[in-house]
Design a binder for this molecule. Structure first.
Ligand SMILES: NC(=O)c1ccc[n+]([C@@H]2O[C@H](COP(=O)([O-])OP(=O)(O)OC[C@H]3O[C@@H](n4cnc5c(N)ncnc54)[C@H](O)[C@@H]3O)[C@@H](O)[C@H]2O)c1
Length: 287
């Protein structure tokens, strides 16, 4: 499915996309948009994710190669980078790091009762993996000048959110790595490193959780523009990989419809008033 190129924003650029597991993955939309914009692409995920997910299916549809990699394993990362440069016939221009996992959250362990082995794994997979990736890129000199590396973050890096558990700490660390690695790599080779803090978008793993659905409803009402979709995220990633963002590095960019800057929206007040008036009416009836 080499779809029609839209603006050729990524023509001549070679990139790696981590994190496609199924069509709900943010990385799925990003990969499609990058190919539409003319990029030479390569997908990667763990062997386990590829065995249960649809990474291979998307690779076939887009006509792009796939190289497995566990983003916590330095040997895997170095193999991925070396193989990618072989396949592309040169260095890499952009990377999407769309990688996260928390066993504590999967097992509904609250923030004050984490399993510390899981906690370390959460940090390793969801944040330190970016550090390892960038360290390997430097060591192998795998990135071109002004290459762009983007990772995906969430508002719980800055603000308390009861249900986000140990992933909040992982996102805070991730954004710190973005700043520190961005600073060093920028001076060294003009490589850009940024995070996109994305609106909530429901993934396959989250579909069954009522709490997640309530939060999405809340965030939708509280965001002046509404939620930014996975497609919106993909478009911003394309812009960040393109030459139109050459001056941007070490940032967390909020692709969240304004949620992070909102204390109360008119939309939410209306929603809340209807709910409260419904409650009052019901209470009166009961009396
Ligand atoms: N969905 C949302 O609401 C939302 C909002 C903001 C940020 N994000 C972030 O976006 C990113 C992608 O999440 P998603 O919602 O698309 O979910 P997803 O489950 O589709 O993506 C997570 C990916 O991480 C991969 N992964 C896990 N362990 C790995 C490892 N050791 N090595 C390599 N890959 C590994 C998984 O296989 C999966 O493909 C995550 O960082 C997530 O925190 C998601």
């Amino acid at each position: 499915m080499r779809t029609t190129e839209l603006h050729n924003l990524l023509k001549g650029k070679r990139g790696i996309v981590f994190g496609v597991i199924d069509s709900h993955s943010l990385a799925w939309q990003v990969a499609c948009k990058c190919v539409q914009e003319g990029a030479d692409l390569l997908l990667t995920n763990t062997e386990q994710a590829m065995a249960i997910g649809q990474t291979q299916q998307l690779g076939n549809e887009l006509g792009v190669p796939i190289i497995p990699c566990d983003a916590t394993q330095m040997a895997d990362i170095e193999h991925l980078l070396n193989e990618s440069m072989n396949v592309f016939g040169g260095k890499i221009d952009f990377i999407l790091h769309s990688v996260a996992m928390s066993q504590n959250m999967r097992r509904h362990r609250p923030y004050t009762n984490v399993n510390y082995a899981y906690y370390n794994t959460t940090l390793d997979i969801s944040a330190v993996s970016l550090h390892k990736l960038l360290q390997a890129c430097m060591k192998l000199d795998a990135l071109n000048e002004y290459a762009s590396v983007v990772t995906l973050s969430f508002i719980a890096a800055q603000k308390f959110m009861d249900t986000y558990g140990d992933m909040s700490d992982a996102k805070a660390l991730l954004e710190s790595i973005v700043r520190n690695m961005g600073g060093v790599y920028g001076q060294k080779k003009h490589v850009r490193v940024n995070a996109i803090s994305q609106s909530p978008t429901i993934t396959r793993a989250e579909q069954g959780f009522k709490e997640v659905q309530y939060f999405h409803r809340f965030a939708e009402q509280m965001s002046p523009l509404g939620l930014a979709s996975a497609e919106d995220c993909a478009k911003l990633c394309v812009m960040m990989f393109s030459d139109y963002s050459r001056g941007i590095t070490m940032q967390t960019l909020y692709n969240d419809g304004g949620f992070s800057q909102t204390v109360m929206s008119g939309k939410f007040i209306e929603f809340f008033r209807d709910t409260m008036e419904g409650l009052n009416t019901n209470n009166k009836d009961e009396i």
